[in-house]
Design a protein around this ligand. Structure first.
Ligand code: HEM
Ligand SMILES: CC(C)=CCC/C(C)=C/CC/C(C)=C/COP(=O)(O)OP(=O)(O)O
Length: 303
């Protein structure tokens, strides 16, 4: 996505639209969706008002972390075509306002989660915010091409948080949901990194295709996609879901793997339009939406 493509409600005054854009709303739709699915798939029930509050807290926390990410990276974002139009590099917001907004959202989300829902859910939410804003953004991203492999943990927390909001505990099933997103993140991101490689090189970010080269990145995409297939089906294998989820996971992961094979075994030329890479990136998003939707459908049918 380009920053200008962010779906900001047109009726909001410019400044509010810019604050809204700081939360990376398009990425957050999937974050909120996986959090909601974790909440709905968990055994037991939560009062709808509390359930809504828990999801709102995940959205506010993720939005706060995204604002802190952009506060820290304003200079880097200014160097990349994909991110140059964001509110900070474009000069529409002051850096300290983005920082304060990020801290406010993060603090409110953790506080409300703890007071209204569950302190374990609040602690894990706080960890995920720190993971994204500090461990990934400040520490890993500028230092190592493994940044998103390790940093992928940040985006894997929402279903775990949703699950804990209902049950108050961490069991095997939500850990598997965490692991699935963790394993999904490298192919999701490296597919994109392959076609925006020059942007990252310009900004001095050591993303995998820049450091290890295209060939190695393609092989690694393939390896993660192959591991994802059994992992995605594992909630079924351990008896945590029924066959609806299991079959959906196997079919979706097989398509994901097939697209990854196309990307993994490919040679490119300088004038390449990178269509298979763009297709894999687009499918990665559909994949996670569909997989988590299947989890909820499965649970509703079994209930
Ligand atoms: C460290 C992990 C990750 C990295 C580095 C990453 C990176 C990116 C980047 C650079 C984009 C392009 C869009 C933009 O310019 O903002 C993108 C798109 C997207 N990402 Fe990720 N991502 C990660 C993890 C996740 C996770 C965990 C989710 C959700 C569970 C997610 C959901 C999405 C979605 C929905 C889009 C499409 C947004 C659109 O419609 O433009 N990403 N990701
Ligand atoms: C609850 C909670 C805190 C959830 C975390 C949410 C989350 C999805 C975190 C990591 C994913 C993400 C948007 C990475 C973008 O990478 P980038 O920031 O390097 O991308 P950019 O180059 O577009 O800035």
């Amino acid at each position: 996505m380009t920053a200008t493509a962010t779906p900001i409600p047109a009726q909001l005054p410019a400044e509010w639209r810019d604050f809204f854009a700081l939360t990376k709303p398009r990425v957050m739709t999937l974050v909120v969706f996986t959090g909601l699915c974790g909440l709905l798939a968990a055994p037991g029930a939560i009062h709808p008002v509390l359930g809504f509050t828990a999801i709102l807290c995940i959205a506010l926390g993720a939005g706060g972390a995204a604002a802190l990410n952009q506060w820290w990276e304003a200079d880097i974002d200014a160097k990349m075509k994909r991110t140059a139009a964001r509110p900070l590099p474009a000069g529409r917001l002051r850096r300290q306002d983005a920082r304060d907004f990020g801290l406010l959202l993060s603090g409110v989300s953790v506080g409300v989660m703890g007071l209204a829902i569950h302190w374990l859910a609040a602690i894990v939410l706080a960890l995920s915010i720190i993971y994204y804003a500090v461990i990934y953004t400040i520490w890993l991203k500028p230092r190592t091409p493994q940044n998103i492999v390790i940093g992928g943990g940040a985006g894997a927390f929402p279903p775990l948080i949703g699950w804990i909001a209902v049950t108050g505990e961490i069991t095997l099933m939500p850990v598997l949901l965490f692991a699935i997103i963790f394993m999904w993140t490298p192919p999701h991101f490296w597919a994109l990194a392959l076609f925006v490689k020059t942007d990252y090189a310009k900004a001095g970010i050591p993303m995998m295709p820049v450091v290890a080269g295209e060939r190695s990145t393609r092989r690694q995409i393939l390896a993660y996609a192959a591991l994802l297939l059994p992992l995605a089906a594992s909630p079924w294998f351990v008896g945590g879901t029924g066959a609806i989820y299991g079959v959906a996971a196997l079919v979706l992961s097989a398509v994901f793997l097939a697209l990854s094979i196309q990307v993994g075994l490919r040679q490119t030329r300088p004038d390449d339009t990178m269509r298979p890479e763009k297709r894999l990136f687009a499918f990665s998003i559909l994949y996670l939406f569909a997989l988590f939707a299947a989890l909820v459908v499965d649970r509703m049918v079994l209930a």
